[in-house]
Design a binder for this molecule. Structure first.
Ligand SMILES: *[C@@H]1O[C@H](CO)[C@@H](O)[C@H](O)[C@H]1NC(C)=O
Ligand SMILES: *[C@@H]1O[C@H](CO)[C@@H](O)[C@H](O)[C@H]1NC(C)=O
Ligand SMILES: *[C@@H]1O[C@H](CO)[C@@H](O)[C@H](O)[C@H]1NC(C)=O
Ligand SMILES: *[C@@H]1O[C@H](CO)[C@@H](O)[C@H](O)[C@H]1NC(C)=O
Ligand SMILES: *[C@@H]1O[C@H](CO)[C@@H](O)[C@H](O)[C@H]1NC(C)=O
Length: 816
């Protein structure tokens, strides 16, 4: 028996009385979830055992708990699954309009990542030695919500290119269609004719094709453009990488195939159905089941492991494009991707000598004309699907980062945290809630490996983790690190294809950039004076020389001193970065530069009072008891305006009161509360790490303890759920809740249930709060207590207990 089915049952008006009586009985019954689950299971088909069925209070509570609270044994119970079945698929299909493509009508249905991945996992098992697959964006991103209405409507109701774009001087074009497209916000054509953006085409199930996107338009127009662009075969990946839990990823290259072929009309679906004997409507598309066969057949070599500390070879920061071009040109059989990489290398070399202009490759949503707030300039236009609300953004940033870390680990690529991601890591091990992207760096060698092997690769998250799908896109001009030469300071992106949000990937290598980092300058000067008092670089470069000579001199100087930089010009000493150390970010193993704090201090103002009263950034305060940054309005709502100042020192008693009254104000606050509670273990890990980092121990001892700590916290719960599943569940939850609300006749009914579930969750959280220590543990004057995380932050039972003195952990980098 499945919850969806339960929720969709229609309640007939004449039976309402009966229903209410039944409900009243179940409300009074025990709230024991386990018991309810057993009951649910034993019931089988609800309609056979009962005349009327709507989820009872405890059943609704069980659903909420299973879908939104962290995994427990109960959430794996059969009755609370929310599988995607053949019946769901057939129910979502729609009638296509008049157009036939190659004698076939385009089969139109709703997108579900579980359908797509389950089919592909099965298909890959059956084609082990021949891993070439077909690809259509329609099955990898939800284009249907935008395009299915166009696919199902006949030509006059469809937009034509003229309805989507308007020529610059064509503002009073009065031909505007009589249908609704007449008033659709149009994108202005700029430098190119209409035909380079769009052509009307009878071959296309939507009646037109988009070849190029014009991002200077309203959001609604951009969504239609980008969906149609992908649907028309734009930006098809060259390869797919399916991540596995622990084993090596499975890779498959994409066949260049005809457009407008989707899974529903493919052999892949037929193959899947044939391999499952029951052709019933409750056939489940279960990726985590299908992937098992794939793991078994390909599990041979274990993953590479770079170890807890990993030393970077200076050669990793050097790249010789000429040698690479030579090497690739001699190769007999280049893949399409290698070919495009070779072309990019050659084009960049040409630019150097022929004066060809480099162009900007990445296009962000920053030109959208009606942005609701300035967070949102960080979406790739090709995947733009509308504005993303805060909690969805945080779920996606979490999933982006966790998958990137999985991917680089699986493919043995080196990358480490940078900029805002590194800064945020220092406090909580999680990205700041006010940013819209993540940042990583990698040595140029690895960047080129990424370009050659994985440019235009779609990375598919393991279904045990989630249903994320991310595109690796490397811009053409990645060889030079020289500042001012490049329209894009970013070398590559890891892009969430559902929203267009991304991780910025920046290569780090030797360059002829002049050193501007004063910290590095004075360090070098210090080193020199200690050695032989030789003149510093600025003295050397005073000579009258041509620009070229100066730049090669700079390059020599940088190489001799181990100075590397990003395209933006930001410089680092290799010894600031290497050896990389393993820590955790978003709950996953991550590489951190050797002098993480020093590097972050070059860029940000960091106060030594890590979790103290002065810790305020971007109108957020850090609340250690919640391990999270809270914006001031939320903080006021949570603690009351008068207690905001003391947010860093609330006691566990105050915390419980505050959380409960916060939930009482609005059930919708559950999302925030869940995020805080789910981030707690990650923060606790970071605290324990900081305790070791800031202790008096010798460096080797610190490393030893930190490595043990890694093992002790081998798996950390993610701070938020899988974004795809969450959206699905929220929709279904609302259906269930509305139905129950209607049956009971109160719109508050489901909210009361949420509040109750959340309050008991808060109670358990407070009781097990990882940062609480017994009084006697704190008082031990022995040095070993400095390794107790609570010496950095302690959640007191009552506010009468004395506060610990906040140590200045951010005074100096721990490694120095
Ligand atoms: C895994 O492979 C082994 C032999 O290689 C086979 O005996 C076994 O049935 C396979 N298991 C699955 C689940 O495919
Ligand atoms: C992984 O990469 C490192 C260099 O970063 C290399 O030394 C090592 O051999 C690689 N391991 C595997 C299994 O490819
Ligand atoms: C990556 O792929 C895109 C699209 O094919 C191409 O334009 C770009 O030049 C490639 N980048 C590199 C470094 O090969
Ligand atoms: C790791 O866990 C063990 C056993 O619980 C504990 O004794 C040890 O102190 C922990 N090590 C660190 C560095 O936390
Ligand atoms: C304990 O700390 C003091 C000062 O902080 C230091 O002098 C002493 O060596 C430390 N003892 C041990 C065993 O680390």
């Amino acid at each position: 028996m499945r919850v969806t089915r339960l929720c969709r049952r229609v309640v007939s008006a004449s039976m309402v009385m009966l229903l209410i009586m039944w409900l009243i009985r179940s409300i009074d019954s025990s709230s024991n979830v386990e018991k309810q689950l057993r009951l649910l299971k034993s019931q089988g088909n609800p309609s056979s055992s009962r005349l009327m069925w709507v989820p009872s209070k405890s059943e609704l509570a069980a659903v909420f708990q299973a879908w939104f609270l962290p995994k427990t044994a109960a959430s794996n119970s059969e009755p609370l699954n929310d599988y995607y079945t053949l019946k769901d698929l057939t129910k979502s299909t729609c009638m296509t309009g008049g157009r036939k493509v190659w004698d076939l009508r385009f089969p139109c249905y709703a997108f579900d990542a579980r359908f797509t991945t389950a089919l592909y996992y099965k298909h890959l098992q059956n084609s082990l030695n021949h891993r070439e697959i077909e690809f259509s964006w329609y099955d990898w991103k939800d284009l249907g919500s935008v395009l299915n209405p166009l696919i199902t409507s006949k030509p006059p109701e469809n937009p034509q290119c003229q309805d989507i774009f308007k020529a610059y001087d064509d503002s009073q074009r009065s031909v505007s269609s009589s249908n609704k497209w007449g008033s659709f916000p149009k994108a202005s054509l700029e430098n190119f004719p209409l035909s380079s953006y769009c052509t009307n085409s009878l071959k296309s199930p939507i009646g037109f094709q988009i070849h190029r996107i014009q991002p200077l338009c309203e959001a609604e127009s951009l969504v239609l453009q980008s969906s149609s662009f992908l649907f028309s075969g734009g930006c098809v990946p060259k390869k797919l990488v399916f991540l596995m839990e622990d084993g090596p990823a499975v890779q498959a290259s994409v066949k260049t195939s005809a457009a407008y072929l989707s899974l529903a009309s493919s052999d892949i679906l037929e193959e899947f159905l044939l391999s499952h004997n029951e052709l019933e409507s409750n056939l489940v598309f279960d990726p985590s089941k299908e992937i098992r066969g794939l793991i078994n057949s390909s599990f041979s070599n274990p993953r590479p492991d770079k170890g807890f500390l990993s030393e970077l070879n200076p050669e990793a920061f050097e790249f010789d494009p000429i040698a690479q071009i030579k090497l690739l040109s001699q190769s007999e059989s280049l893949s399409e991707r290698e070919h495009s990489y070779l072309n990019a290398l050659m084009f960049e070399q040409e630019c150097k000598f022929s004066g060809n202009e480099k162009y900007k490759y990445f296009h962000e949503s920053s030109s959208v004309q009606n942005p609701p707030d300035n967070f949102q300039n960080h979406m790739d236009v090709r995947f733009f699907s509308g504005w993303v609300p805060k909690w969805k953004r945080l779920r996606i940033l979490n999933s982006l980062m966790r998958t990137w870390l999985e991917f680089t680990k699986s493919e043995n690529l080196t990358s480490w945290l940078a900029h805002s991601s590194l800064h945020a890591y220092l406090y909580s091990g999680l990205q700041f809630p006010w940013v819209a992207s993540q940042d990583v760096q990698m040595p140029v060698q690895d960047l080129h490996t990424l370009a050659m092997l994985y440019n235009q690769t779609l990375v598919v998250e393991s279904p045990w983790e989630g249903y994320g799908r991310f595109l690796i896109d490397v811009q053409p001009f990645i060889t030079s690190r020289d500042q001012g030469e490049n329209p894009d300071a970013i070398d590559a992106r890891f892009i969430d294809i559902d929203t267009g949000l991304f991780i910025d990937i920046m290569g780090v290598g030797f360059s002829s950039n002049a050193l501007t980092n004063t910290r590095v300058m004075s360090q070098l000067r210090g080193d020199r004076n200690r050695e032989d008092g030789a003149p510093t670089s600025s003295d050397e470069s005073n000579t009258q020389s041509s620009e070229n000579q100066a730049s090669s001199k700079s390059l020599r100087f940088n190489k001799a001193n181990g100075i590397v930089s990003e395209k933006s010009g930001k410089s680092y000493l290799i010894s600031d970065i290497s050896p990389l150390r393993t820590s955790k970010y978003h709950g996953r193993p991550v590489s951190i530069p050797h002098r993480a704090l020093t590097i972050a201090k070059d860029e940000f103002h960091i106060v030594p009072w890590l979790y103290g009263p002065k810790q305020r950034q971007e109108k957020h305060k850090f609340v250690p008891a919640l391990g999270s940054w809270l914006d001031l309005p939320t903080l006021k709502a949570l603690l009351g305006p008068r207690n905001v100042q003391g947010a860093h020192k609330i006691s566990s008693y105050q915390l419980e009161e505050a959380l409960n009254s916060f939930l009482e104000k609005s059930a919708s606050h559950y999302e925030e509360v869940l995020y805080w509670i789910n981030s707690q273990d990650q923060f606790k890990f970071r605290l324990e790490e900081l305790a070791i980092e800031s202790s008096d121990l010798a460096l080797d001892n610190k490393y030893e303890l930190l490595e043990t700590l890694q093992e002790n916290y081998s798996s950390l719960r993610p701070s938020s759920e899988d974004p795809f599943l969450h959206e699905k569940r929220i929709t279904k939850w609302k259906e269930c809740a509305n139905q129950a609300n209607t049956a009971v006749g109160s719109q508050e009914y489901s909210n009361i249930i949420i509040k109750e579930v959340m309050k008991s969750f808060v109670k358990v959280f407070i009781a097990n709060h990882g940062l609480k220590l017994k009084q006697e543990d704190i008082k031990i004057p022995d040095n070993s207590t400095r390794l107790v995380s609570a010496s950095l932050y302690n959640l007191r039972e009552r506010s009468a207990e004395s506060m610990l003195e906040a140590p200045q952990v951010f005074k100096a980098d721990f490694a120095l």
